[in-house]
Design a protein around this ligand. Sequence first.
Ligand SMILES: NC(=O)c1ccc[n+]([C@@H]2O[C@H](COP(=O)([O-])OP(=O)(O)OC[C@H]3O[C@@H](n4cnc5c(N)ncnc54)[C@H](OP(=O)(O)O)[C@@H]3O)[C@@H](O)[C@H]2O)c1
Length: 327
Amino acid sequence: MQVVQLSQYGDEDVLEVVERPVPQPVAGRVRVQVTARAVNPVDLGTRAGALAGLVPDLTFPAVLGWDFAGTLLDDAPVAAGVTAPDAAAGTLAAGTRVAGFVPWFGEAAGNGSYADVVVVDPAWVAPVPDGVTDAEATVVGVNGLTGAHAVDLLARLVGNLDGATVLVTGASGAVGAAAVREAVGRGARVLAVGSTGDDAYVAGLGAEVVPRTDAAGIAKAARAVVPDGVDAAFNAGLASHELLDAVRDGGGFVSATGAYVPEPARGVAVDGVYVQPDAVRLAALLRGAAAGIVPARVAEELPLADAADAHRRLAKGGLRGKLVLVS
Ligand SMILES: NC(=O)c1ccc[n+]([C@@H]2O[C@H](COP(=O)([O-])OP(=O)(O)OC[C@H]3O[C@@H](n4cnc5c(N)ncnc54)[C@H](OP(=O)(O)O)[C@@H]3O)[C@@H](O)[C@H]2O)c1
């Protein structure tokens, strides 16, 4: 099988396309023939070594990649709570289309989805319904779950979000867009900051668009709409601690990036989201994608062997949706 591996940290040129034997079945695990994997910002940071501290015991050569979508090569026990048409016997049969993500900063470190076959815990796997392509499913995976988990966290910090005001940055991206939809679905009034020139997409998610400026400008613009401050904010873009100024006294603030979890102030509760595999929630999100509710924006599909090119393009910016490596 083909894999994209790196033998050292570095620029895009460290990504090597090599052949490896297909993994044998492993007790308690299932193999997935991967056909699509989203390229995520974390892959670039990992490759460059910027996140090396999160995987101090990583052994090289290592295969990158969190998200996967494809077809089960082995029968898989259905994760508790997952419902699927073919799962009547408690099993997702080999051949079922599935998606999920490997926790790369945990036990899957170095054994990611930039490979034709990935070996995973069946508890990480959710069935992909008709109407969702493999490329779309892999966009929903880690990013949809992060957006949903972030909104769960906001709800825990400030209580019921029904009728609450919520600010989301990075709304053109996969995590932010998912969070906007989740918050809108819970009855929140959502203000959102997307990419410049992408207002129609952000508005289409059900949000009121706040212009993209710096964090202080975003906070000011949000206060112009909600003078007392929004009840809760989620930073899924690359904003800064000043975004906290958008939040009312005693509100809630969640960040997708550890570097942007500010010090609590004015009674605002702050936290960072850290996504965990959640097959039940992912299955629901994928059903939402099939229904057109959960965003799954694909910029372009590229061959797996073009991973280095995909990394260069993501680093350059300006994408609308995820680059997805297919095989
Ligand atoms: N904590 C976790 O568990 C977890 C899980 C998944 C992802 N993440 C993180 O979540 C973030 C978003 O991931 P993603 O996959 O959604 O990335 P993405 O698809 O690349 O989107 C990121 C978005 O943020 C926007 N952005 C950048 N700077 C911004 C700013 N100053 N204000 C508002 N928006 C800004 C970008 O817009 P432009 O392209 O116009 O700059 C882009 O639309 C990343 O930092 C990622 O590493 C965290």
